[in-house]
Ligand binder design. Sequence first.
Ligand code: GDP
Length: 426
Amino acid sequence: MVKAIVGANWGDEGKGKITDMLAEQSDIIVRYQGGSNAGHTIINDYGKFALHLLPSGVFYNHTTSVIANGVALNIPYLIKELNSLKERNVPEPKILVSDRAQILMPYHVDFDAYEEERLGGKSFGSTKSGIAPFYSDKYAKIGFQVSELFDETSLREKVDRVVAYKNILLEHLYHKPLLNADEIFELMLSYREMIKPYVADVSKFLNEAIKEGKNILFEGQLGALKDTDHGIYPMVTSSSTLASYAAVGAGIPAREIKDVITVVKAYSSAVGAGAFVSEIFGDEADELRRRGGDGGEFGATTGRPRRMGWFDAVATRYGCKMQGATEVALTVLDVLGYLDEIPMCVGYEIDGEVTTDFPTTYKLEKAKPVLKTMPGWKCDIRGITKYEDLPENCRNYIEEIERLIETPITMVSNGPKRSDIIYRNK
Ligand code: GDP
């Protein structure tokens, strides 16, 4: 059985915890897009971890963790994350890295920062992990596949060619220090030694595993609204965040992805710039931010305060559709227990007209939220394990969301711990 776990919103939906739970029942966990630009927070018996590049299965002995071809592979970062597990006594995980994955280079990180600096006030709010320059190079065909590390002659030639090109931009566009081709080449040879033990034909491995009926979990990063094609372009990430991209990003047939578990947040949060229709501000936002997540809504990668908003049914229904959601895990519901009334955004008013369809970006920027309120439940729902034991107003809130997003909610997360989960048979 092949499953994917993905986000319906802007990321930070709490996928880490749900992934960790599902990973336990999986044989293979696969990262297929993105890089170290977003983090998963996982709390388990070894402690609290913020993983950025490693799949969430690394804590289980019985799983193989795969970094597939679609990922932006920062090799020293991967090794650093592996070492950080070792330091905290996590047994060494089984890792496979695709020979077709491309390498995120230090100059991608530099170019990310230089471009944000050049854009000044009009910047994208990048995490400056090099993701946009990395994917630009991949599609411009000047990226480096892991496999290329193993042919020194052609590698050297390509390094010279790419460095010459990069140096033109560094000198004339950014006015920054130039790259040295010898240094880049040496660096790549050191990367080869680091990554060698893990390199494999991942697509072949996965296709065989599918044939053998293994449980495979594809772990998506960020959410549908950050997808390059279907998100709030250009305030998106530079790789596809959709479940269907798992087929491309790992080299398996699209028809094999049977279950798309889509994580939906009970309120909204976003990082970076871009339209965010149900956004709230001032004290109202501060209070939700302070109470949100596990110890406040601050970025796992950057520590930046997240932008906060009410649940947005228009954006979330669209996010679920784009993901092809088969079921939904609704998270951080416990956070809302302090509110007398809970607003939710059920429509967008654009140029005087109300729509429930998620628009393209220029219209989205004009959208004003149409809000309705639901009565709050005014108590702490952590520790509740049965759906029927939730307060009625809380169930009403869940069921209203379910109706609005047109997807069954099969899991409700009512706290940061793995045990804080309510299964619901639908
Ligand atoms: P991800 O990137 O989608 O995995 O999201 P994050 O790692 O940013 O997760 C958000 C935060 O919420 C983390 O600190 C989690 O420990 C926490 N969290 C996850 N689920 C719940 C929940 O149901 N309730 C509360 N209060 N916190 C949660």
